[in-house]
Ligand binder design. Structure first.
Ligand code: NAD
Ligand code: MG
Length: 369
């Protein structure tokens, strides 16, 4: 029996993770944590006889690090599924790995903000990090099949989101409602907006850099509107290996929860009658992809600044306070104004995160005046 602590149990990933656990006889949920919707989490706990739960006090803020450490210790998990959203996921990942407990990671912001910190604690404890993000789950499996020296580049696919093909002029007036209508995936609000701006793919480039220790020049992005091919690797003989699956997060969640054992059974994916397209991303119109690459290359705390600025800007966009194109503009200006520090120092990373949030808040107040 594998005991799993589900962080973010009321979210899109958390709810699907509980579905996978419920359907798997050798998996059991031993603890739950969430940010809001406490009653929903209590109902999840009651239905499964789970005793250990934590809800962030006051909603929205990170559950006190002590509470989470206590939750990890009290619930005695064999694996922690991190389905939190935003940089709030970083410290729970670090606390788990520090205890030598493996993490199935959906929270990509962990690696964007704290990739170097994660590498450090993993080197110390040897705890595994198994990606749950669909592209990275695909790449994780592809890379396990081929010796690293045979792989000149890895390729992340992006659906392109609801605004694929639009011009800057057309994007000036799109609303949060337009952005939330994702063509192929049903997900939480923040990642859905990130998919529309292509920031999601930018965060995933940084995530892949840390997970697979691949230089940025060897990470390609290709638009693939059908979201059936999740990841590809280039081989030294000029060929490409691809991983295909239905656009259903329960597949990579199941893989992550049972790894290194065989994943749960899923029905077969129908292949015939499909068309698969691949195209170049339009990074002139969707600036966030390039901003993320630049922050990744700059290194240090720059990705933490990118991520925090994006979180605040996306929340303002969802509130109807700014336009769609303002998200990239606010992130770009935070990257210019917030001083960079070392990425392998937790205090520096948290400080950069706070400074970026303050910079965007200030810009928002200035714009509203
Ligand atoms: P969501 O908004 O649906 O759920 C987030 C969960 O985290 C909720 O349970 C919420 O209560 C909790 N939470 C938020 N802030 C918190 C805080 N400060 N303290 C404690 N709990 C907090 O988000 P989601 O779509 O499930 O995404 C979760 C993560 O998985 C994100 O990093 C996202 O990028 C990644 N991801 C999601 C999908 C998907 O299909 N939804 C796919 C790939 C990757
Ligand atoms: Mg993804």
């Amino acid at each position: 029996m594998r005991r799993i602590l589900v962080l973010g149990s009321t979210g899109s990933i958390g709810v699907q993770a509980l579905e996978v656990i419920d359907a798997c006889p050798d998996l059991v949920a031993c603890g739950l944590a969430c940010g809001t919707r406490r009653h929903e989490m209590q109902a999840q706990a009651r239905a499964r006889g789970i005793r250990d739960t934590v809800c962030a006090a006051g909603g929205g803020s990170l559950p006190a690090t002590d509470d989470l450490a206590e939750l990890i210790d009290a619930s005695e998990p064999d694996l922690v599924l991190n389905g939190l959203v935003g940089a709030a996921g970083l410290q729970p990942t670090l606390a788990t790995l520090a205890r030598g407990i493996p993490v199935a990671l959906a929270n990509k912001e962990t690696l964007v903000a704290g990739g170097a910190l994660v590498a450090e604690v993993q080197a110390r404890t040897g705890a595994a990090l198994i990606p749950v993000d669909s592209e990275h789950s695909a790449l994780f499996q592809l890379l396990a099949a081929v010796p690293p020296e045979r792989v000149p580049a890895i390729i992340l696919t992006a659906s392109g989101g609801p605004f694929r093909g639009r011009t800057i002029a057309e994007l000036a007036h799109v609303t949060a409602r337009d952005a939330l209508a994702h063509p192929t995936w049903s997900m939480g609000a923040k990642i859905t907006v990130d998919s529309a701006t292509l920031m999601n793919k930018g965060l995933e480039v940084i995530e892949a850099h840390h997970l697979f220790e691949v230089g940025y020049e060897r990470i390609e992005v290709v638009i693939h509107p059908q979201s059936v091919v999740h990841g590809m690797i280039r081989l030294d003989d000029g060929s490409v290996m691809a991983h295909l699956g239905p656009p259903d997060m329960r597949v990579p969640i199941g893989f992550g929860l049972r790894w290194p054992d065989a994943p749960p059974q899923h029905g077969q994916m129908p292949l015939t009658g499909r068309t698969l397209e691949f195209m170049e991303p339009d990074d002139q119109t969707f600036r966030c992809l390039g901003l993320a690459r630049a922050a990744g290359l700059a290194g240090g705390t720059a990705p933490a600044v990118l991520n925090a600025a994006n979180e605040v800007a996306v929340a303002a966009f969802l509130d109807g306070r700014i336009g769609f194109l303002d998200i990239a503009a606010l992130v770009a200006s935070a990257l210019e104004t917030v001083a960079a520090g070392p990425g392998n120092d937790l205090e520096a990373v948290l400080g950069a995160d706070r400074a970026a949030r303050a910079a965007v808040d200030e810009a928002l107040v200035g714009a509203a005046r």
